[in-house]
Design a protein around this ligand. Sequence first.
Ligand SMILES: [Zn+2]
Ligand SMILES: [Zn+2]
Length: 327
Amino acid sequence: MHAMVLNRIGAALEWTEPPDPQPGPGEIRIKVSACGVCRTDLHVVDGELPDPQVPIIPGHEIVGRIDTIGTGVQGLNIGERVGIPWLGHTCGVCPYCIGGQENLCDYPRFTGYTRNGGFATATIADARFAFPLGETGADVALAPLLCAGLIGWRSLVIAGKGEKLGLYGFGAAAHILVQVAKRQGRSVYAFTRPGDTATQDFARQLGAAWVGGSDEMPPELLDAAIIFATVGDLVPLALKAVRKGGRVVCAGIHMSDIPSFPYRLLWEERQLVSVANLTRQDGIDFLHRAPGMGIITKTTAYPLKQANQALADLRAGRFAGAAVLVP
Ligand SMILES: [Zn+2]
Ligand SMILES: [Zn+2]
């Protein structure tokens, strides 16, 4: 197989040719056909997540076909198209797993962070965490659904049913979520970097009811806001933009420090919460609904070998929507 490997935190990924991996009991091997590039991959490369492990193959928005099945795997077939998400393994016995919050498992493994991911021609996955994708939709178009879509979906559910929804940061997740939220009859208020008119135009095209810079107040108070950008300064701004009893959801795995802010921004039962990871039920709920929601992902495809360029372009905000690596 071929893979783009992170050998040292902060270094460029290196093109390598490791031996073909073999699935152990309960595992499958997937021939990768597309793998999305997520902001979290940058956090992995930059060493911003706890206990970084190297060498590691990043990538956790994997679409591919099963080509080998380990012992004891049931319900999956050779040749079947599956998606492999960020949540790669849970222990099944900790209080969180037992209590229906496997996203908070005490002993999890995460694809592309603590187990090898999809910046490769092949990968091994725990079969219980593979989502059958069916045959509708192109591989590249589906890849961003596996994290941007899924974490966006979980964030939307946690944001509640409010009609006026703010999205701070209009990247891969928000460009999917605006379509989902519109479909649900909500109005989306999209906040971008101040002056980023290209992204604002993009948000408008996808159906945002209002677009503006993150330093602007929306024309009316919001029921909820989701922060996808990794900028802690947005937290007090979002709290200011939601109504009494409104909720602000931080959807990222990493954020710069949140500045201190007056208590009155939180007062009146405003809520500030974070979203961590996903459960398999989130995946089932979202991926079952996705084909019927008519989501169109905007993707920029890069050859696998150009993974470093894709990461650099993501960091610099050089494309709209999502980057996807194709082996
Ligand atoms: Zn991700
Ligand atoms: Zn657990």
